[in-house]
Write a protein that binds this ligand. Structure first.
Ligand code: MLC
Ligand code: AMP
Length: 521
């Protein structure tokens, strides 16, 4: 029975209960490791009394607050599987996750998402047994609908002992976009989550003396995975920002922050802020480490940040299915712009060609991963799981090459149907499926348009049904799609540019050729 990683997860909770674990940016509150554990055990006991037990899924649609780590650890304390949901998701995405995960309980903290969940339950009474309400949502609790407040659960007497778990037990499902329309639930055991983050944060010399400035959303691998689990593994203090704001991040570093992790879009905004206020560069110079991931960091951005702060951003790479796998080295002079670095010790990472032969330097192949950091499966989808492995290697779908010094250079996604905007992964097919439901749209192709700030912006090429009002031009359709997509899908999936075509370009076999769709400069 292996519990090595679980022991590390609880090490600081069990040995340094009085140290501060999380604090809010506005200083309104903080949680020591001991208080975090106590609150989590109370909430866990409340859930257990509802009948939630090991491997039951609990969906969490939560904005960043001090309650979020309590909820996560409450689920872990009873062995329930934490299913974080992007708070920007709309009806289509959330309905799918509730159904696919088979969750018995969901916890939610905004009135808007509470209304959405109520509507989904009204339409499908088999969905969820209980809704737990937190924050603003709790003000409107309706017990007749099987709703109860987080506070009422958290008043339970704390569990005397956490559920006895092993590293191989399931901790979390992270829903991630694929080349098909519907997202897949990546089933992650504790071993997968903790091995890579333990290895990565050790590589980054992250310690109890660090203060992490955490302004990433807490429902993906970056913010929740590295940010929250890194805090627990390394025993540092973490400052939670409700949202990213360049000025707030600078203020947090001034207040003692030593580490900042961001997606490239955040660095674009930080550079803009520093260009307006060069003195802020001196403030950031005082931090220890800036890291970037989730999307490619351009060499220009790397250099601009170095010029303004003296810091060479440490770029690393990962994905929901494999957690963190590749990182630039810690010594600043060894961090190479335009590369993601080398495999971290917790796993094997190689670049292989179509025949699974190792690629020579300069030759583009696919990143493949093997080892402890890899997911167990796609939940309920054995065929998709089988397709994503070959010879024991997980196929990431990312194209890359080795440079002359052995650093890995990320080249892009192999599929044009997987996009990244602002660090969020987006399935073109999912947006296409939703837009195709518009009665006047005959066909749609979603394309990622390269963009300095966002990585990619979402473009929609539309073929309109015959007989539609010809005065409706691309700009009319951009507004129409905004309204049509709003509420159904996350706002960042909304097409920002629209073009109207007579037909979508196809090859002789009828396959759509997205590279031939031109959105202009
Ligand atoms: C928002 N806007 C966009 C957009 N999103 N425009 C184009 N494309 C997009 N995707 C617009 C808004 O409508 C608004 O316009 C304006 O930009 C400013 O919006 P904002 O609210 O200030 O921006 P915000 O929504 O906060 O987004 C920026 C961000 C966010 C960078 C903070 O995208 C973010 O938190 N990204 C992190 C994603 C992440 O954590 N990924 C990790 C995945 S895990 P207007 O006109 O209304 O003003 C992973 C594995 C790994 O990938 O390795 O880490
Ligand atoms: P997600 O499934 O949301 O976790 O996103 C994972 C994907 O993000 C990877 O497959 C990559 O395409 C992308 N990604 C993560 N880190 C980097 C990076 N440093 N450079 C380029 N792409 C990255």
């Amino acid at each position: 029975m292996d519990t090595r990683y679980l022991e590390r997860l609880y090490h600081h909770i069990d040995h340094r209960p009085d140290a501060v674990a999380f604090r809010s940016f506005d200083h309104a509150g903080s949680l020591t490791f001991g208080a975090l554990d106590e609150r989590a055990r109370c909430y866990g006991a409340g859930l257990k009394a509802l009948g939630v037990s090991k491997e039951d899924r609990v969906v969490a649609i939560l904005e960043t607050s001090l309650s979020l780590p309590v909820v996560l650890l409450g689920h872990y304390a009873i062995g329930a599987v934490h299913v974080p949901v992007n708070t920007r998701y709309g009806e289509v995405e959330i309905a799918h996750i509730l159904e696919d995960s088979g969750a018995r309980v969901a916890i939610v903290d905004t009135s808007h998402k509470l209304s959405l969940l109520r509507a989904l339950r009204a339409a499908n009474p088999g969905l969820l047994e209980h809704l737990v309400l937190l924050g603003e949502a709790a003000e409107d609790v309706n017990e007749d609908l099987g709703e109860l407040t987080f506070e009422s659960l958290a008043q339970s007497a704390p569990l005397e002992a956490r559920e006895s778990l092993e590293d191989e037990d399931l901790a979390m499902f992270i829903y991630t976009s694929g080349t098909t329309g519907k997202s897949k639930g990546v089933a992650l055991p504790y071993r997968a989550i903790l091995s890579g983050i333990d290895s990565l944060t050790t590589l980054w010399r992250w310690s109890e003396d660090d203060v992490l400035v955490l302004a990433l959303p807490l429902f993906h691998v970056h913010g929740l995975g590295i940010g929250v689990h890194g805090t627990l593994l390394r025993g540092c203090e973490t400052v939670l920002h409700e949202r990213f704001d360049a000025g707030d991040v600078i203020a947090s570093v001034k207040d003692g922050g030593t580490i900042f992790m961001g997606v490239p879009t955040m660095y674009t905004r930080l550079v803009r802020a520093l260009e307006d206020d060069p003195a802020a560069g001196e403030v950031l110079a005082g931090a220890r480490l800036f890291t970037s991931g989730s999307a490619a960091l351009s060499s220009d951005l790397f250099e601009a940040f170095e010029r303004l702060t003296g810091h060479r951003i440490l770029e690393r790479y990962g994905m929901s299915e494999t957690m963190l796998t590749v990182s630039n080295p810690y010594p600043p002079e060894q961090r190479k712009p335009g590369t993601i670095g080398f495999p971290i010790p917790a796993c094997e990472v190689e670049i292989r060609d179509e025949e699974m032969n190792l690629c020579e330097p300069g030759v583009v192949g696919q990143i493949v991963v093997k080892g402890e950091t890899v997911m167990r499966e796609y939940w309920g989808a054995p065929e998709k799981t089988a397709e994503s492995f070959r010879d024991g290697w997980f196929l990431t779908g990312d194209a890359a090459r080795y440079d002359g010094d052995g650093y890995i250079v990320h080249v892009g996604r192999r599929s044009v149907d997987i996009l990244k905007s602002g660090g969020y992964k987006i399935s073109a097919r999912e947006i296409e499926e939703v837009i195709s439901r518009h009665p006047m749209v005959r066909e749609v192709a979603i394309v990622g348009i390269p963009d300095d700030e966002w990585g990619q912006r979402i473009g929609a090429a539309l073929v309109i049904e015959d007989g539609d009002d010809t005065s409706r031009d691309a700009s009319w359709w951009a507004d129409e799609l905004r309204a049509f997509v709003e509420g159904r899908l996350a706002d960042y999936k909304r097409p920002r540019e629209v073009i109207l075509l007579e037909e979508i370009p196809r090859n002789a076999l009828g396959k759509v050729q997205k590279h031939r769709i031109d959105f202009g400069a």
